[in-house]
Design a protein. Structure first.
Length: 171
């Protein structure tokens, strides 16, 4: 699995309230969440992000509450991947559960600037800044995790494995 997109840069300790403010949690609609994604951290993000773009952040991305709305909002806004120095563990798990690809790569997270064109090869773990030519090594994404993301998250992955629709399963 490979992706390529434009980088949107954020700092350390981006919490789930910055990713999707709590005032919007009364809707389960991913498109509505996407309209408000990152608006307290960058009011222009939702209007600038394009399908396939990549969020790049520092340490502890996704800290705060354990809501799944945060990775859902990012994914629904078009974000294909988040590259960070580190992730809050609950966000890490929720991202995979909802089918959002994530990469921990401190060197890439520190080096990539807003607007840089970035490619990620999940098979090899290579993160390349296409703008500067810099190449960074991260852990390859295991095939199971790639399949989970490709399926759109854990519920869809399990439904495909079990032959039942995700909407008809009680997990």
């Amino acid at each position: 699995m490979k992706i390529r997109g434009k980088a949107h840069r954020f700092a350390d300790n981006v919490d789930t309230d910055a990713i999707i403010p709590a005032r919007y949690l009364n809707t389960p609609d991913p498109a509505e969440l996407a309209r408000h994604c990152m608006e307290d951290a960058d009011a222009t993000f939702a209007s600038r992000v394009k399908k396939g773009d990549i969020v790049v952040a520092g340490r502890n991305f996704g800290c705060g509450s354990s809501r799944e709305h945060a990775p859902i909002a990012l994914k629904a806004s078009g974000v294909a991947c988040v590259i960070a120095s580190t992730f809050a563990r609950i966000f890490y798990r929720n991202a995979l559960n909802t089918g959002l690809a994530i990469v921990e790569c401190p060197a890439a997270a520190e080096s990539i600037a807003a607007g840089d064109e970035i490619s990620v090869d999940f098979d090899s773990g290579e993160v390349k800044n296409e703008t500067t030519g810099a190449v960074f090594a991260s852990e390859p994404f295991p095939p199971f995790m790639q399949a989970l993301v490709a399926a759109g998250g854990l519920a869809n992955y399990l439904a495909k494995k079990g032959g039942k629709s995700a909407t008809n399963r009680n997990l």
